[in-house]
Design a protein around this ligand. Sequence first.
Ligand SMILES: [Zn+2]
Ligand SMILES: [Zn+2]
Length: 441
Amino acid sequence: MGSRSVSVGLRAMFSMLTPNESSFERVEEVPPYVQQATPFFVGLMVLELAVGLLKTGRSVVTISDGVTSIAAGMVSRLPLLLLRGCELSAYMYVWEHFRLLELPWDSAWTWWFTLIGVDFGYYWVHRFAHEVAVLWAAHQVHHSSEYYNLTTALRQSAAQQFASWVFYLPLALAVPPSIFAVHIQLNLLYQFWIHTELIRDLGPLEWVFNTPKHHRVHHGRNLYCIDKNYGGILIIWDRFFGTFAPEEDKVIYGLVFPIRRYESLFVQLHYYRYLWKKSKAYKTFSDKVSTFLKGPSWKPGKPRLGDHVDNPKVTGREVPHRPSWSLPLQAYVAVHFLLLLWTYHELFQNKMMLSQSTLLGMICYILLTLTSLGFIIEQRPNSGFLETFRCVVMVMMQRYNCLTPPLPFLTVPTEAFVSLSLLFWALQSFSQVLSIKRKSD
Ligand SMILES: [Zn+2]
Ligand SMILES: [Zn+2]
């Protein structure tokens, strides 16, 4: 990576590119800024960990929570292996068929107008995601951590993109898709660095920009934090529409009813099941529909967004849930997760050269791995059987060169590690079967 691309990549993380270097005529020319950001995500997360250790003497992130957050980020981008992002596809359709005027793609005015337009659209995407229960079912993923650090930023929903595209369509009446494709990425990237407790106050910047201080409030479950500070890059929208709240009491992070689960598919999907069950309990059709379309806290007889005073009280002494699991298992999950991250990275790099069926197979492998590691973190009784099966799949993949380690000299150690993992879990499962049999005898 040249020094210029490092500079562009780093500045893209803070939406600090100039119109000159990030205006393109055609969508195909727009760099995949989010995909290129991986080294900066990793670098900033390591920096936060080091500064946090020096400042507080404690790690700002735990393996169980950090792995679950990064896993959600991985799952959220899996659909992109098979189809172009929903937001951009719908946008291009409206631009091609219904545009009213064509703002010049090479004008700085168009670039700045789009930055503000996308951020305004994001404010409403985000507000609806909190105020409409069926959209909250997707967005709750992002709020499901009880920690607040840079890994929390990556905890994203896979389903949200299938609804958010609507909010950006008005821009497609005038703004070329290539400029939209830049800003939809920069808007997302900007929101990475604000997920930290290490930056306390940024002075006058707090008036205009969304900052760590404002976004901490957004992630709080204290009464004063609920449904506040929706902004993406700018906080002015919240100040204007009356949804702004300054940081006051100690913020306690996470969902009002914390899920305390670490399995990726559960984290992504559990709220849909909850909504379905909630709606079934109501008798009238209108109450059933309202369950999905009104606020997540809504109940019959309550206002549209429900009554947050009914929520469990936050005292400020709550501590995040930490599963108790052995250190060797933590190391095991961490190493296998790093191996999976490499496979994931390679998959996105080479996706153009792979067939649809290979891509589908790899998506299944990634979901299987995340589920199995989640089972281990949660110490589910059947985790040994699932992990044995996954290790068999890994051994097969190594045989057919689908699992290449980051560096050639790691090939033999990786193969040995995967084989030993298989042996360990196979023995574990075998001894469990024996003990079940002995009990039933
Ligand atoms: Zn939110
Ligand atoms: Zn956030």
